[in-house]
Design a protein around this ligand. Sequence first.
Ligand code: SF4
Length: 702
Amino acid sequence: MQTSKKYKTTCCYCGVGCGIVVTDTGNGRIHVEGDKDHPVNKGMLCSKGMNLHYTVNDKSDRLLYPQMRMNRSMPMQQVSWDAALERTAAIFKAFIAKYGPDSVGLYVSGQCLTEEYYLWNKLMKGFIGSNNIDTNSRLCMSSAVVAYKLSLGEDAVPVCYDDIEASDCILVEGANPTWCHPILWRRIEAHRAANPDLKIITVDPRRTQTATSSDLHLQLNPGTDVTLNYAIARVLIENNWIDNKFIVNHTDGFGEFRTKIFERTLDESALICGVSVKDIQKAAYWIAKAKGFLSMWTMGLNQSVIGVNKNLSLINLSLITGKIGKPGNGPFSLTGQPNAMGGREVGGLANMLASHRDILNPQHRAEMETFWGGTTISDKMGLTATEMFKGLESDKLKAIWIACTNPMVSLPDAKMAEMALKNARFVVVQDISNKADTIRFADVVLPAAAWTEKEGTMTNAERRVSYLHKVSEAPGETLPDAEIICRFAEKMGWGDKFSYKNFGEIYEEYTRTTAGTNIDVTGVSYDLLKQHTVQWPYPAKAAQSKGTPRLFEDHRFYTANQRAKIHAVSDENESEKTSEDFPLILLTGRIRDQWHTMTKTGRVNKLKQHIPVPFLEIHPNDARSRGIENEAVVEIKGKRGSVKVKARTTDEVKEGNCFLPMHWGRILDNDFGRANNLTNNLIDPKSKEPDFKYSAVEVVRY
Ligand code: SF4
């Protein structure tokens, strides 16, 4: 008789970080249900989480053994782990010897576990001697990281999910949590049911389900968020609905900010944003009267050429009203990936080192050099995600190792990314699926263990660290990513520095890098996390509690003078301009039941039923003037490529705008639905995050 066992773990999709109970049914299959004891989801799961077991039970597309080929015209051959890693190490060593350490790069993912993320960074920054390691989180929340650092002094999310239930005004800007963070939204809905006076304001160019569920929808023109936030700030200041005492005692920059926002009248701002003065005033009034004012945002603010400015302008609303550091209040960046926060903790971006240290800070480099046993860390900023692919295209970068991410679908200007991988001299792909779009460019393919087949930790959007149990054995010759990294390091000659008895030792090494920092987790261990999750900081001396739900309750921020900074940034949008040839603005985004590039959710029939094929939302007036009927096949043309999908005529988008989901890549040999054929490669100068949500296009009947 087969026995079933239950394990507690965390959902591997979005940054909400729901607790899941996995039942190993004893026949190589699993079953999932929401963890009723988990503080985040209290037993609830969204459609994606509820169907996770299908992605684990169906192993039909799994990579099962290492493969390589001596040139790209040859077929892949199954090889041993030793052969694959020895060849990779030999080629990396040859490039490093001839062209220097900056000739190689690693491109990793917000889905990596914290232990894996830490090891990748240790390997690249501490031992290879380059900072060319970046993550797909660069495409997701790097604008929020920079904005938190500039305003609060550190990339430290000040709030927690329990602040939802303590708030009475929630401003959702550039996010659609009903579809993209559904469990969070269910908590908001439950809070509203219990507190009918709760006001929800949504700022979005589209009339999303979140917008229709809100009390006020500010349907602004794309790219005008800074102007809108400044207009709201102006109303708050004009009516003295601000916290003067907090501003004087705990912030810098208010004078300059006040001057800046008074450069435009309310009427001018309303015209630029395409919203009414009355609605701006209503939003400001609700914010002012709220005892708990919570703002929430994701990609609508982050994925922009002015992403940092958009973030700063929103954070300013919390600072001028003093609505931060107390229950129900604060600016909340929601993360799209399950461990985007964990990656930031260990230095997973090209400009960072472990525990929120900066590459460009000599003292921070020296601390990590000592910690890693006398290595030398480069003082040069590494190449970021899009810069790495440009580097491959121009042959500045010779070799790239891509782990746990699908850049052929997720990077902007996908044709350029494809050209870059074609030009690359050496490509390693480490993945779980033989359907990954990068494999056709690979020289070496390494099969990785998947969710439930390895143990480790992740941190969700509210700084909550959780432990993920290993539930089942990995199939074939697949290995956990952390073990692959250690085996490769050994082939490079650093085996003694990457020798761990178990995964808990890797985590323990990371926690020691946090000692005395603002993200101190020296009190956290696998043993503790197997009992309960914790929110950082969690220093050893505080090990009796469950961590720190809310930051800055003493109003001492992490800047040098402990005062938050109110920034007076420009409100000009720097996106690609529309033209006679490309008069429409293309917005991209997610749909409810798919996640990222569909490598997992795309295999689940139940999830495909919601929206089975890509589509273009276009306003009826724009469709009519182009002779396009609902359901007609259209070609969306841009400067960089085109996409062919069916049109959906709807006034959910404004006239002059259109919307395409971002999930679809190539189907067979056709990239007809890949939104990133159209997106541009402009990036925010401060965060290097791409401008996914504003591209100039034309739409014609096909
Ligand atoms: Fe998973 Fe996010 Fe859904 Fe929770 S809300 S079940 S974390 S996808």
